[in-house]
Design a protein around this ligand. Structure first.
Ligand code: HEC
Length: 146
């Protein structure tokens, strides 16, 4: 009995592998001029903590191709890039850039980087001081509306 259950589990697992999410291919040429320019310390924090999901420079971990985990990982990358791709920054209009700055200031304390991601990526963890630095930097661009 146990053997049959085990075979079923393995079988289903193998079948799941056929269902994969595709991340759109990055463009062949990525114009470095389009990348967001930030002070060095900020840029380097964004690169280590955000670029996996918010740029074309994605390093997919080994489990990133194994369903069902891959569905979660790849949808994060897909949705993350849609929200902001720091390498597409100069293509965004002012309204979108404002929305992103505001979003960063708001989400940097709790929501971003995604907590699950940080469990697997020690290097992406941000200290309270680093979060504050990013928030202050993002807020400095937010234009107050009347
Ligand atoms: C593991 C992938 C991942 C990482 C790493 C990540 N993000 Fe995100 N981010 C997402 C996804 C997915 C969304 C859109 C869905 C959502 O809001 O949960 C998102 C949304 C956002 C938003 C939109 C507002 C919001 O809170 O929904 C902002 C701003 C943002 N991310 C900033 C950042 C910054 C800044 C970092 C680095 C400090 C970062 N993200 C790291 C995946 C990621």
């Amino acid at each position: 009995m146990l053997k049959i259950i085990l075979l079923w589990v393995i079988g289903i697992f193998i079948l799941l592998q056929a269902i994969q999410i595709d991340i759109p291919e990055p463009p062949k040429t990525i114009d470095p001029q389009k990348e967001m320019q930030a002070p060095k310390e900020i840029a380097s924090l964004l690169k280590t903590s955000c670029y996996d999901c918010h740029s074309y420079q994605t390093t997919l971990p080994w489990y990133g191709n194994i369903a069902p985990v891959s569905w979660e990982v790849k949808s994060h990358i897909k949705d993350g890039r849609k929200w902001v791709n720091f390498q597409e920054w100069e293509n965004y209009d002012e309204e979108k850039q404002q929305k992103i700055y505001k979003g960063i200031a708001k989400s940097i304390n709790l929501r971003m980087p995604i907590p699950m991601y940080m469990k697997m990526h020690e290097e992406a963890k941000l200290t309270t001081k680093q979060r504050k630095m990013i928030r202050t930097w993002a807020e400095s661009f937010v234009k107050e509306e009347e």
